[in-house]
Design a protein around this ligand. Structure first.
Ligand code: HEC
Length: 171
């Protein structure tokens, strides 16, 4: 190769690599928020501060304060993150890893009483569809979390629907 050709190639290579670095650096910081893992306090932080559930979409077809049943409350508002929404729309019978459903529970007096959450973590609890369960009282205090037996025992009646009550995940 002639020295001139070599120089041009070197310049091209340098230009390409700096472009690659530039593209990498312009990735929005938002995509770098990592999911919290199996920890109720971190999960609460994630869904109230980092990715506030109140800015998520509501369960399709259900608005704010729809009528609920026991044990959850007389009125409910249910939010789903993007992963959970894609699971609802895909109609494949289950929700993907990273799905989070956050449900506000209100008493007959319409006072906010508790937040109940289902969060799917790959490999967390294969015996019960890998859901991490959490319940927080009106002030955000953890009331139940993890492989919560009471939650599982009732929700497993819908085992064939990925433990979900609010809607059919299959066509
Ligand atoms: C006795 C049955 C029962 C128990 C116990 C129970 N749930 Fe539920 N859950 C329901 C029903 C029924 C619904 C549908 C909404 C409604 O009608 O209240 C529901 C809905 C939900 C939803 C919305 C997604 C879905 O499945 O539709 C979440 C999240 C949830 N429950 C979390 C929990 C957590 C966390 C616990 C334990 C702290 C728990 N549940 C305990 C019956 C139960």
């Amino acid at each position: 190769m002639k020295p001139f050709t070599l120089l041009i190639s070197a310049i091209c290579l340098f230009a390409l690599s700096s472009l690659a670095v530039a593209i990498h650096e312009t990735q929005p910081a938002e995509t770098q928020v990592v999911l919290p893992g199996a920890n109720a306090a971190k999960l609460y932080d994630y869904i109230t501060k980092q990715k506030p559930y109140t800015s998520w979409e509501m369960w399709p077809g259900k608005g704010k304060m729809y009528k609920g049943t026991q044990p959850h409350g007389d009125f409910l508002t249910t939010y789903v993150n993007d992963a959970a929404m894609s699971g609802i729309k895909a109609k494949k019978g289950s929700m993907p890893d990273g799905s989070i459903i956050a449900k506000e529970n209100y008493g007959a007096d319409k006072k906010f009483a508790a937040l109940t959450v289902m969060y799917k973590i790959k490999g967390y609890n294969p015996a019960a569809a890998d859901w991490f369960w959490a319940k927080y009282d009106g002030g955000g205090k953890i009331v139940a979390s993890g492989k919560a037996e009471a939650c599982i025992r009732c929700h497993e009646m819908n085992k064939g629907n990925d433990y979900i009550y609010s809607g059919q995940l299959k066509k």
